[in-house]
Write a protein that binds this ligand. Structure first.
Ligand code: PRP
Ligand code: URA
Length: 208
């Protein structure tokens, strides 16, 4: 059984407050998504396996360790795109696979429109990136896609969640760790997180 981790880091709380502010510009919003994603990925990768690796410094031998696992970053388009770059800089050996889903505004069901997975899995760990976990439909559908394709170890990293989304993802995929910046109060009647931050895709890309 996997776990749900809500960040308690002061830097995450500080940056989230500016991110939520309706006056925050798209440029600043993108910077904050990037920075918060790095902090959350740091928390989500505490259990990565290491390979003991000796290293020669200019002063002599030291014992070191390198990452043993291959990691795949899986941003859910569009809003997950802004989370990739910073996390990728921390793990430059990762592969990035894009999954395109949008929510049908009437049914709130995810609709798949893009999938760029290689023929068979090449990594040991997939990290799904999406800032918003609202009903949980998009995240669950993405994990379904990854599992059908053969992924065995999957984590979800998001910035704001509704309790409904956490429950849906956790019930559907109890083996997937959920790392989230903050769990908000609820969903409203059109499926938006309250208080949330509005539409994460529109606020990043200046649309809507
Ligand atoms: C947003 C968000 C998630 C989804 C969350 O994407 O980025 O992918 O909604 O909602 P859910 O948990 O109810 O599925 P959206 O469908 O608005 O597409 P966009 O990122 O292209 O704007
Ligand atoms: N998608 C968003 O971008 N925001 C929400 O509050 C819910 C889904």
């Amino acid at each position: 059984m996997a776990d749900v981790y809500e960040s308690s880091h002061p830097l995450v709380k500080h940056k989230l407050t500016i991110l939520r502010n309706k006056e925050t510009t798209p440029k600043k919003f993108r910077e904050l998504i990037r920075e918060i994603s790095i902090l959350l990925a740091y928390e989500a990768t505490q259990d990565l396996a290491l390979e003991p690796t000796p290293v020669e410094t200019p002063m002599g031998a030291a014992s070191g360790a390198l990452l043993r696992e291959q990691i795949g970053l899986v941003p859910i388009l569009r809003a997950g795109l802004g989370m990739v770059e910073g996390v990728w800089e921390m793990m430059p050996g990762s592969e990035v696979w894009h999954i395109g889903l949008f929510r049908d505004e009437r049914t709130l069901q995810p609709v798949e429109y893009y999938n760029k997975l290689p023929v068979s899995p090449t990594v040991q760990l997939c990290i799904v990136l999406d800032p918003m976990l609202a009903t949980g439909g998009s995240a669950s559908a993405t994990v379904d896609i990854l599992k059908r394709w053969g992924a065995t170890r999957i984590k979800f990293v998001g910035i704001i969640a509704a309790p409904e989304g956490i429950k849906m993802l956790h019930d559907a995929h109890p083996d997937v760790d959920i790392h989230i910046g903050v769990v908000d109060e609820k969903l409203n009647d059109i499926g938006y997180i309250v208080p949330g931050l509005g539409d994460a895709g529109d606020r990043q890309f200046g649309t809507g």
